[in-house]
Design a binder for this molecule. Sequence first.
Ligand code: NCD
Ligand code: ZN
Length: 344
Amino acid sequence: MMDELTIRRPDDWHVHLRDGAMLRGVVGYTARQFARAIVMPNLAPPVTTAALGRAYRDRILAAVPDGLDFTPLMTCYLTDDTDPDDLAAGFADGTFTAAKLYPANATTNSAHGVTDIANIEAVLERMAEIGMPLCVHGEVTEADIDVFDREAVFIDRILDPLVRRLPALRVIFEHITTQDAVGFVDGAGDRVAATITPQHLHINRNAMLVGGMRPHNYCLPVAKRETHRLALRKAATSGSASYFLGTDSAPHAQDAKESACGCAGIFNAPFALESYLAVFEEEGAIDRFEAFASENGPRFYGLPLNEGTVTLRREEHDVLAAFDAEGTPVVPFHAGDTLRWKLA
Ligand code: NCD
Ligand code: ZN
């Protein structure tokens, strides 16, 4: 049995770092685990211009604890009114690494999202032209579509037509949750990739709904049935370069989750690598973990691989019931569980 694993420093290709006190309370967890992270722009108000992107990056860097070497990679929140010139200038000067498509009202702070993809066609054409990647929250929002079907319907109605229309556009289908998404990514060639979260590899929808409602296992896209979880585990550990690490760590105050209308989002930043590695070990694929965590993401984004390494050791440890984010309790993924790997 292997007791230690050293891999090239990994990155998180999808994280919510928030702002203000919450940002200061959580950013250190991500910065301790990852060299870089694609930072989601769904603040209130969202990061919709290059100037807002630079200001948010400065606030993140100011909040990173001393001694940690961490680079936030910023994304621009697309709206019906995104200015293609501002977006392209932000990409050219290194402010933005990618742009993010939130269908309007799909998830937390997405009210300003795109109401109809036709409204951003010129923006998407420009992105394809300049090689700027598109991050996609892949769910339709129509009230008549069942919440468990929203990802699959998004593929048929929006994503498949989009990648056919703009073959040069690089698309990251984020936090995929279904066998349908795996099928789509596998068939889409090398210009479409997907991130997979630790929670969607560990839990199915029972974890949310059996034995009482468990709001800390609720995120969007919502966890699906077991067949989907198994398809995601197979994809993540397959060795395919189309899949890489993106935690979707999304902290909310404990009382905002334990509420009559609880927020979507799972805070997994403190032990994300440990959580993923448990899955790769269970699948007999520890030798494929480094590609998923540290290689496939930068290659898809066209960025250099990180220098340096991190080491994980076999060491049992219990996960706290709640973390204190500058005065706000936040319940983590795996709260109260024992993890068997620990980042050195
Ligand atoms: C995210 C959040 O809280 O900002 N929530 C979530 O459940 N993942 C938004 C998102 O990425 O959908
Ligand atoms: Zn997210």
